[in-house]
Design a binder for this molecule. Structure first.
Ligand SMILES: Nc1nc2c(ncn2[C@@H]2O[C@H](COP(=O)(O)OP(=O)(O)OP(=O)(O)O)[C@@H](O)[C@H]2O)c(=O)[nH]1
Ligand SMILES: [Mg+2]
Length: 377
C-alpha cells in the first residue's frame, strides 16, 4: 500500500522538518505501508524549500515541488496530480505543515480506506472531534464557510467538516476519476470543491473525529490580506457553482422524466386502443419510459459518472429495472383502481397521479443513490 502525504507549504521553516521527522517516526511503526511525502512549496522566502531538499532520503522519501506563489488550492491540485501520476499512490493523505492536524492521526484515516471507505475526512464536527484555541474571528470565518456556504449554499452533505485539509482518499476508481486539470481553485475553496468532485465519483465517505489545535510555529495566513479576500470571493463563487451544477442536473432529470411520460402515454394509448386492459397497457408503457429514462439519464443527466462498457451497462439496466419494478406495480395498481371506480377513460388521470406523487420522488432517490452511484462499494 503506497501512501502519498501531500504537504503544501508557504513559510513553514519552523514546522516542516519536524513534520517530516514525525511522518518518518510513524511510518516505522507501519512497515506494511510505503510512505512517501510530497511537499508543494510556493517558493517560500524563509528557506522552507532548502530544509526539504536537505532532508535525508534514507529516512523518508520526499519529493519537493516548487512553484511561484499561487495559493493553497493550486498547490494541492499539483500535489494530488503528482501523487497519482508520478508516485502512483494507492492513497493520498494531504495535511498542513503546522501540526494543527496531528499527523499521528493519519493511520486512523488510512485504516478507514482499508475497511472499504473511499474518503475518510478528519473532522471537528462529529462526536469526539474538537477545536482548541480559536478566537471569535476564526470561528466566524469557519462557520460561514463550513455551515453557511458548504452545507447550505453548495449543499454538500457527504461530510460535516468541509474546510480542513487532512483526509485520506483512495486513488483507484475514485481520485483518479476526478478531473483535477479542470479544477481552477486558487485558494481554500479547493477543499469544498474536491469533496464535491469526489461525491460525483460515487465515493463512500466517512469522518474520523480528531482534535484541531493552534498552529505550532509560524504565521497564520488567515487575516485581511489580498489573498484572503480573493479566496473568500472564490469560495462564495465556488459554492454557488456547485449548487447550480446540482440544480442543472435536477432540471435535466425533470426533462428526461417528461419525455418518458410522453413515451409512456403514447404507448399506453396505442395499446388501450388495441383493446389491451388499461392496467397492463400502462405497465408496458411504464417499462418503455424506464428504458428511455435509463438511456437518457445515463448519457445526459448523470454523464459525469456515466456507465461505460456493455456488461456494466447491462448489469445496471437490470438493477435499474429491479429498482423501478415498484414504479411499474404502483402505476398498474392505481390504473386498475381508477378504471374500476371511474371507468376506462380514467386510466390517464390515475396514471398521472401515481407518477407525480409516488414514482418521481421514489425514482430520483433510487437513481441517485443506487444506480449512478455504485461504482465502488
Ligand atoms: N504551497 C502553498 N501552501 C500554502 C499556501 N497557503 C497556505 N499554505 C500551506 O497550507 C497549510 C495550511 O495553511 P495555514 O496558513 O496553516 O491555514 P490555516 O490552518 O487555515 O490557518 P492557521 O490557523 O493560521 O494555521 C500550511 O501548511 C501552509 O503552509 C500557499 O499559497 N501555497
Ligand atoms: Mg494552519
Amino acid at each position: 500500500m503506497k501512501i502519498a502525504h501531500i504537504i503544501p507549504t508557504f513559510n513553514e521553516k519552523d514546522n516542516i522538518r519536524a513534520m517530516l521527522d514525525e511522518l518518518y517516526e510513524i511510518s516505522k511503526q507501519y512497515p506494511k505501508w510505503e510512505n512517501i511525502c510530497i511537499v508543494v512549496d510556493d517558493l517560500s522566502p524563509d528557506g522552507t524549500p532548502d530544509i526539504v531538499r536537505k532532508y535525508p532520503h534514507d529516512k523518508l522519501k520526499v519529493h519537493l515541488l516548487s512553484k511561484k506563489k499561487e495559493g493553497l488550492g493550486r498547490a494541492l491540485i499539483l500535489g494530488y496530480d503528482f501523487a497519482i501520476r508520478k508516485v502512483k499512490a494507492d492513497i493520498v493523505v494531504p495535511n498542513d505543515a503546522d501540526f494543527q492536524w496531528d499527523p499521528r492521526d493519519f493511520p486512523k484515516l488510512v485504516r478507514k480506506i482499508e475497511e472499504g471507505f473511499d474518503v475518510a475526512v478528519a473532522s471537528r464536527h462529529i462526536k469526539g472531534g474538537r477545536v482548541s484555541g480559536w478566537n471569535w474571528f476564526r470561528k466566524l470565518n469557519h462557520d460561514i464557510s463550513n455551515t453557511l456556504l458548504a452545507w447550505v449554499v453548495a449543499g454538500v452533505h457527504e461530510v460535516k467538516d468541509h474546510a480542513g485539509n487532512f483526509k485520506a482518499i483512495r486513488v483507484k476508481g475514485i481520485l483518479e476519476r476526478v478531473p483535477l486539470a479542470k479544477m481552477k481553485n486558487a485558494g481554500f475553496s479547493f477543499q469544498l470543491h474536491i469533496l464535491y468532485e469526489l461525491s460525483k465519483t460515487g465515493a463512500k465517505f466517512t469522518e474520523v473525529p480528531v482534535l484541531f489545535r493552534e498552529r505550532r510555529y509560524g504565521q497564520s495566513k488567515i487575516g485581511f490580506n489580498r489573498y484572503y479576500l480573493r479566496d473568500i470571493v472564490e469560495y462564495i463563487k465556488s459554492s454557488i457553482a456547485i449548487r447550480l451544477e446540482r440544480s442543472n442536473r435536477f432540471f435535466k432529470y425533470g426533462l428526461v422524466g417528461i419525455i418518458g411520460l410522453v413515451i409512456q402515454t403514447i404507448v399506453s394509448k396505442l395499446l388501450i386502443s388495441a383493446n389491451l386492459m388499461p392496467p397492463l397497457a400502462v405497465s408496458v408503457g411504464a417499462e418503455c419510459a424506464i428504458i428511455s429514462n435509463f438511456l437518457m439519464n445515463n448519457f445526459w443527466t448523470f454523464k459525469t459518472h456515466v456507465i461505460s462498457g456493455v456488461s456494466e451497462m447491462f448489469t445496471k439496466f437490470i438493477q435499474f429495472n429491479a429498482a423501478s419494478i415498484g414504479a411499474v406495480i404502483i402505476q398498474g395498481g392505481f390504473v386498475w383502481a381508477g378504471t374500476f371506480i371511474f371507468g376506462k377513460s380514467a386510466w390517464f388521470p390515475s396514471m398521472l397521479f401515481a407518477i407525480i406523487f409516488l414514482v418521481i420522488p421514489y425514482s430520483y432517490f433510487v437513481y441517485n443513490r443506487f444506480i449512478w452511484k455504485t461504482h465502488h462499494s
